[in-house]
Design a protein around this ligand. Structure first.
Ligand code: NAD
Ligand code: GLY
Length: 380
């Protein structure tokens, strides 16, 4: 895919609330929804009146985000005479489970929330995945709006309708495809995001350029220093282009049935092995994906699909984003065992997202022998 126009396309130098861009997610049967990207949006009643017409709104968030942003969102909703139910979950991936899904549903039952209500997810990917799953199953489905507050959630998890919770035997194993009615991305909230979390979001942005859009990858190479410095104009463009690319792929393969959507998991096969092998939470998801992209690119190079120069470009960009590039020094067999556990492995056969050039990827199995040789070289 080619980047369609010159960049950066927006002048984000002005202050005050405003929308920089709107990206449409177009789905089959006339379904779809807007992604609004801007600054100062969470406090604006007009933003919420545009996407929520329910009388009752269930705002799901966590303790960290509640402290920072819940009061202003609730105040904007109450200005529209909404009945607002607040559900504040403990913070962390460890609480993305059936018990805390139950907490959301219990609160909705106790507040006598009806079928015309809307669940509003205010938080990162953990809150978004859980709130979306609750919206999908409460009374067989109520309205759902995403207000993502981490960079990772703004460029990836809030778009595309994957929702769910973890099971003790596997991550994201229980869930549903359930699309939001709107996504409201307020870039202002990124000012409070810790540096490690910010870099984790950059990993997903690099993923889009490396696997889908050479022009965007080139732009990321030019702009990485500005992005790391959280320059608003650069961030606005990076978020917009990432959302466009995700929207395009989701429109082509909403339920990951053709293999097209699987390309969005570039770096994730190795990354999930690192996350699981080190123990979830030791490396952030985006950190593991960053290193996983370097590993998948190296495998692509060893298979003769990518030039050494291009592999170095991926490694360098991941490093400049503040992400780890050196995989844990485990045996090749350890990696293979963890990767076989991943839910993307079909009947125990691991499939890899490999680069065939910068901005191009394919999804296919590779012989264990070739993967082992590559892993041994990477971890020597
Ligand atoms: P997260 O939701 O745990 O958020 C990271 C941390 O940042 C948390 O401590 C959170 O409280 C804090 N935080 C959030 N917004 C903040 C802000 N503005 N200022 C300060 N702190 C803030 O993690 P994440 O990286 O956003 O999401 C990871 C989750 O997303 C995983 O569970 C993963 O499985 C899921 N995910 C889902 C999809 C999807 O398509 N549904 C895609 C990628 C990842
Ligand atoms: N994050 C991968 C997907 O949404 O399919």
């Amino acid at each position: 895919m080619k980047t369609p126009r010159s960049f950066p396309p927006t002048d984000a130098s002005q202050s005050g609330p405003r929308i920089h861009a709107t990206v449409e997610v177009g789905l089959s049967d006339g379904r779809g929804y807007p992604i609004s990207i801007g600054e100062g949006l969470l406090d604006l009643p007009s933003v919420w009146s545009a996407c929520i017409d329910s009388r009752q709104v269930v705002v799901v968030t966590n303790t960290t985000v509640a402290h920072l942003y819940l009061a202003s969102v609730v105040s904007a909703l109450k200005a529209l005479a909404k009945e607002v139910i607040e559900v504040v979950l403990p913070d962390g991936e460890a609480f993305k489970d059936m018990a805390h899904l139950g907490t959301i549903l219990d609160s909705m039952m106790q507040a006598q929330v009806d079928r015309s209500s809307t669940v509003l997810a205010l938080g990162g990917g953990v809150v978004g995945d859980m709130a979306g799953f609750a919206a999908s199953c409460y009374q067989r489905g109520v309205g759902f709006v995403q207000a993502p507050t981490t960079l990772l959630a703004q460029v990836d998890s809030s778009v595309g309708g994957k929702t769910g919770v973890n099971h003790p035997l596997g991550k994201n194993m229980i869930g549903a495809f359930y699309q939001p009615k709107a996504v409201v991305i307020d870039m202002s909230v990124l000012s409070s995001l810790p540096g490690r979390e910010f870099s984790a979001g950059l990993a997903e942005i690099i993923k889009y350029g490396a696997s889908l859009d050479e022009g965007f990858f080139n732009w990321l190479e030019e702009s990485m220093d500005a992005l790391v410095a959280r320059d608003p104009a650069s961030l606005a463009y990076a978020i917009e282009r990432s959302c466009q690319l995700k929207a395009m792929v989701v429109a082509e393969d909403e339920r990951e049935s053709s293999g097209r959507r699987a390309l969005l998991n570039f770096g994730h096969t190795f990354g999930h092995a690192i996350e699981a092998g080190l123990g979830f939470g030791t490396w952030l998801h985006g950190e593991a994906v960053g290193c996983g992209m370097v590993m998948a690119t190296r495998l692509s190079q060893d298979l003769g699909q990518v030039q050494a120069d291009d592999a170095s470009r991926v490694l360098e960009l991941v490093k400049r984003a503040g992400l780890p590039t050196q995989p844990p020094k485990w045996s090749a067999q350890t990696y293979l065992d963890w990767m076989r556990h991943d839910k993307k492995a079909a009947a125990g056969r691991i499939r890899y997202i490999l680069l065939t050039g910068i901005g191009q990827a394919e999804f296919r199995p590779v012989d264990d022998g070739a993967v082992s040789a590559s892993l041994q070289a990477m971890t020597a």
